[in-house]
Design a protein around this ligand. Structure first.
Ligand code: DGJ
Length: 733
C-alpha cells in the first residue's frame, strides 16, 4: 500500500520504497505538510511545533493561541491573503474584488492507478503501478474548492502532484496564481541546484546555498526556455553523487514557469513551482474547473545519482510514449550544418548516398524545403513543398532515399509565421501581435496564435498532408523564438491574460492529434536547440535536440546538466565537423563520437567531405553505437566527474544486471608531465570480476569502484575515453 490513511487523525502518508511523505489536516482543517524524506514509520508532527512569533497572525478560531499561525507552519498548498506571508501556491480574486482563500479539509479518496489531467501531458501508469490520493479542500468563505491530487509510484520512488481549482459558486472567480507544487522543508540548511544558460549553452549546472529571502528561476518566454529549466534540486550541503539528502522536482509543462525558493524567518525552506503567474490569469466561471500542470518529485537519501536515476526511469517509462519510447532510435543524418538553406534535391541525395554506405538509418531534411525559404526571413507557415528548389518532388526524394535503405525525416516549425509568406498575407490576424503596436520580431519571424482552432486546424491539415504525401518516418518540431506581444484577436479583453497558457494547451492539442494519427512517426522536439527541453514536450516527442551547440567540449557540460533530470534516450546529439560551427574549436572525431553517443545519436555534416579514414571511423562509430545503444538507453546512468570544475567529463552506463558497463568521456586538457588521471566505476557488482574489452586482466567490482582505473596518458586536448567492462564468468576465490 503506497497510500496510508489514519482517518481519525486525518493523517496521510505516501510511501515509496525509499521515501515517505506525510501530511495532516488538523482540528481546524488546515492541511499541514509534516514530512518528506526517509521512511520513519512514525508521525513526524512533533518536529513542526512552532513558537508564537511577533507579527505572525493567527487564524480567528484559535483565539489567543499565538503559536498557531499559518505564517509559520509547513503547509501543503498555501493560499494568499489569509496570514501566510510566504510565497503562496494559489491566489484567487473573488467577484467582490477580495483576494483571499482559506482552504480547509473537506474529504479525501484513494483510487488505484494514476490520475490524468484534462488537456495536459502527465505521468501515466498501470492500475497496479500507481495509486492516486485526492484531497478536497474548500474555502471557508466562498464556494471555491481545491482538489490536490497525488500520484504515488511506489517502486519508482516518485510522487506526482497537480491541483484542480473548482468554482462551485455562482459568480466567476479570477485565478491569479495556481502553482502545481509547494514543498515545505521544515528544517535544515540546503543548497539549490538549478540549470540556467542561453542559446547554444543550455542547462549549465549551478549550485549555491539557499539564503534568506526568495530565490527564483523562471521563464517569461512562452516556452520553458534556454535560460532556465523547469526543474530544481534542493540538497544538503554535504550531498554528492552518492551521499547526502536531496529532493528533485520537474515540471511537465512547456510554457512560462516560475520556481520560487524561500528561506523564511524560521529558516524553513519552501519551494513553489508552477505556471509563471506574471503571465497568467484565468477567469473561472461557475461550475468550471482549472487544472494545473503536473509537478513530479523524488527524494534520495543517498545522493544525486539515485535522484537522477529515479527521474530517468519515470520519464522514459511513464512520460515518453509511442512506438519509439523504448525502441532503439534510428541513427540519423541531418543536413542543417552541412548545407544550411543552400541545397536542392540532388545535394540532399548525395548526402544520403554517402550516409547509407556508412550505415546511417535515416536522412532528416531540415529547414528550407517549403514555401519561399532560402534564408530565415520568409516562408514560415507555407507548409507546401518548394519543388523548384528541390528540383523535383518530395515523394521522389523520399523514394530515392528509401531505395538507399534509409528512412526519411523532415523539419517543421509549425508555431511560427513569416510576414513574407502566403499564410501571413491571407491571415495577418493569426500572428500574435497587439493592435496598434509593432510586434517584436525575432529571427525575423512572428508567432502563430495557437489558442485559435482555425490555426490548429490549418497546421494539422498542412502537416498531415505532407506526412501522408510521402513515406515520412520522423518529424523535427522546431520553434525558434521567445514569445511576447501576447494578444489574441479572438479573446475578449478580460481573457487576454489566459493566452500564454491557452497557447500551450493549443500546442499540446495539435501534438496529440498528430501523435494519434501518425503513431509510426518519431517526433523530435527542438527550440533553437534545447530551448524547450521539458517533460511536457517529452510526452509527445521522446527525444529533443539538446542544443544548437555541437561542439563536443561544450556539449559535455550541456549534457551533464541535462542528465540530472532527463534520461539519455531523450537527448538528441550529433557529430558535426571541425572547426566547430559554433565555437571554431577542433576536437578529435573520437571525442565527438562518445559525446554524441550519450544521447539519441546522429550526424550533422556532409559525410562526402570526409577523408576515407574519417569515413571508416564513421562506419565504426555507427556499429559501436548500435552495439552499445541498449546499454546506453536502458542502462543506469552515472556521472563520474563534474565537467564544470574538473579536467574531465566522464560518465558511465551500467546494465540492469550489472554484467557490463561502459565508461565514456573526455579528458579536456593535456598538461606537460601530467599525472595519470584515474576514474572510479560505479554501480558494478562488488564481488564479481570484470575485464576490460580487448584486455585479459581481471578486476573485482570492488577494486574498480573503490580503487578505480588509470586512464591512458593523452597527447593533445579533448581526448576521448572509452572503457567497456564485461563481467567475467570466473568467480572470485
Ligand atoms: C534551429 C535548430 O536548433 C537547428 O537544428 C535547425 O533546425 C535550425 N533551427 C533551422 O532553422
Amino acid at each position: 500500500m503506497s497510500i496510508i490513511v489514519n482517518e481519525k487523525e486525518r493523517f496521510f502518508t505516501l510511501r515509496t520504497t525509499n521515501s515517505e511523505y506525510q501530511m495532516k489536516a488538523d482540528g481546524y482543517g488546515v492541511l499541514k505538510h509534516i514530512w518528506y524524506g526517509e521512511i520513519t514509520d512514525g508521525d513526524m508532527e512533533y518536529l513542526i511545533e512552532r513558537p508564537g512569533l511577533g507579527f505572525s497572525g493567527t487564524i480567528y478560531e484559535v483565539g489567543d493561541q499565538r503559536a498557531y499561525s499559518l505564517d509559520t507552519k509547513p503547509l501543503e498548498y498555501p493560499c494568499g491573503g489569509v496570514g501566510d506571508h510566504r510565497v503562496p501556491a494559489v491566489l484567487i480574486t473573488h467577484s467582490d474584488g477580495s483576494a483571499a482563500l482559506d482552504l480547509r479539509f473537506k474529504s479525501y479518496c484513494i483510487k488505484n492507478g494514476k490520475y490524468n489531467i484534462p488537456q495536459l501531458p502527465a505521468v501515466y501508469g498501470e492500475e497496479t503501478e500507481a495509486q492516486t490520493l485526492e484531497i478536497t479542500l474548500s474555502d471557508t468563505a466562498s464556494e471555491t474548492e481545491v482538489i490536490l491530487r497525488y500520484g504515488v509510484f511506489e517502486k519508482k520512488d516518485i510522487i506526482t502532484r497537480s491541483a484542480e481549482i473548482r468554482n462551485c459558486g455562482e459568480k466567476e472567480i479570477f485565478i491569479k496564481k495556481a502553482a502545481s507544487l509547494c514543498l515545505d522543508l521544515p528544517s535544515g540548511k540546503w543548497d539549490w541546484i538549478h540549470f540556467h544558460g542561453r542559446h547554444a549553452m543550455e542547462r549549465q549546472t549551478e549550485r549555491a546555498p539557499i539564503i534568506h529571502g526568495i530565490q527564483e528561476s523562471s521563464s517569461t518566454r512562452g516556452t520553458s526556455s534556454h535560460q532556465q529549466n523547469p526543474s530544481f534540486i534542493i540538497c544538503s550541503p554535504d550531498c554528492g553523487e552518492s551521499q547526502g539528502e536531496c529532493y528533485g522536482a520537474f515540471f511537465v509543462y512547456s510554457g512560462s514557469f516560475k520556481t520560487q525558493i524561500e528561506y523564511d524567518q524560521l529558516e524553513q525552506t519552501r519551494a513553489v513551482m508552477g505556471i509563471n503567474p506574471d503571465l497568467f490569469g484565468w477567469n473561472l466561471k461557475s461550475g468550471e474547473s482549472f487544472y494545473t500542470p503536473e509537478a513530479v518529485i523524488t527524494y534520495s537519501g543517498v545522493g544525486l545519482t539515485a535522484l537522477s536515476q529515479n527521474f530517468h526511469k519515470i520519464i522514459r517509462e511513464n512520460i515518453c510514449r509511442g512506438k519509439y519510447k523504448l525502441a532503439q532510435r534510428p541513427v540519423l543524418i541531418n543536413n542543417w550544418e552541412a548545407t544550411y538553406f543552400d541545397f536542392d534535391g540532388s545535394k540532399i541525395l548525395r548526402i544520403a548516398e554517402e550516409a547509407a554506405k556508412l550505415g546511417v538509418d535515416m536522412l532528416v531534411l531540415d529547414d528550407g524545403w517549403f514555401g519561399k525559404r532560402d534564408n530565415d526571413c520568409s516562408g514560415l507557415g507555407d507548409w507546401f513543398v518548394n519543388e523548384k528548389k528541390l528540383k523535383g518532388s518530395l515523394v521522389d526524394l523520399v523514394e530515392n532515399v528509401k531505395k538507399l535503405g534509409m528512412k526519411f525525416g523532415i523539419w517543421f516549425e509549425p508555431e511560427m509565421i513569416s510576414e513574407d509568406s502566403d499564410l501571413y498575407r491571407a491571415h495577418p490576424d493569426w500572428a500574435i501581435a497587439i493592435p496598434g503596436r509593432k510586434p517584436t520580431r525575432s529571427r525575423y519571424q512572428l508567432v502563430l496564435d495557437m489558442s485559435r482552432k482555425d490555426v490548429l486546424d490549418y497546421l494539422y491539415d498542412s502537416i498531415s498532408k505532407i506526412l501522408k504525401s510521402a513515406d515520412i518516418s520522423y518529424v523535427k518540431w522546431d520553434a525558434n523564438r521567445s514569445i511576447c506581444d501576447w494578444y489574441s484577436a479572438l479573446l475578449p479583453s478580460d481573457r487576454q491574460c489566459e493566452l500564454p497558457h491557452r497557447y500551450v494547451l493549443g500546442l499540446y492539442e495539435l501534438l496529440e492529434r498528430l501523435n494519434t494519427d501518425f503513431p509510426d512517426v518519431l517526433f523530435e522536439g527542438c527550440s533553437g536547440g534545447g530551448g524547450r527541453f521539458d517533460a511536457g514536450m517529452l510526452y509527445y516527442c521522446p527525444q529533443i535536440w539538446c542544443s544548437d551547440d555541437t561542439d563536443a567540449f561544450e556539449r559535455t557540460k550541456i549534457q551533464y546538466g541535462t542528465s540530472f533530470i532527463y534520461p539519455i534516450s531523450t537527448v538528441g546529439s550529433h557529430i558535426s565537423v571541425v572547426p566547430n560551427h559554433q565555437t571554431g574549436r577542433i576536437t578529435p572525431f573520437e571525442s565527438r563520437a562518445v559525446t554524441a553517443m550519450a544521447g539519441s545519436f546522429g550526424y550533422e555534416l556532409d559525410l562526402g567531405s570526409l577523408s576515407d579514414n574519417e569515413k571508416e571511423l564513421v562506419s565504426q562509430q555507427i556499429q559501436s553505437f548500435k552495439k552499445y545503444a541498449p546499454l546506453i538507453h536502458n542502462g543506469k546512468y552515472y556521472r563520474l566527474s563534474d565537467p564544470m570544475t574538473e579536467n574531465t567529463a566522464l560518465w558511465e552506463f551500467v546494465s540492469e544486471d550489472k554484467s557490463e558497463a561502459l565508461i565514456h568521456g573526455m579528458i579536456f586538457r593535456k598538461i606537460p608531465n601530467m599525472k595519470r588521471i584515474s576514474v572510479k566505476a560505479k554501480g558494478l557488482s562488488p564481488d564479481s570480476l570484470y575485464k576490460i574489452e580487448g584486455r585479459s586482466e581481471l578486476y573485482t567490482g570492488k577494486a574498480l569502484m573503490h580503487g578505480g582505473l588509470l586512464l591512458n596518458d593523452i597527447w593533445g586536448d579533448y581526448r576521448a575515453v572509452e572503457i567497456h567492462l564485461i563481467k567475467d564468468s570466473k568467480i572470485i576465490m
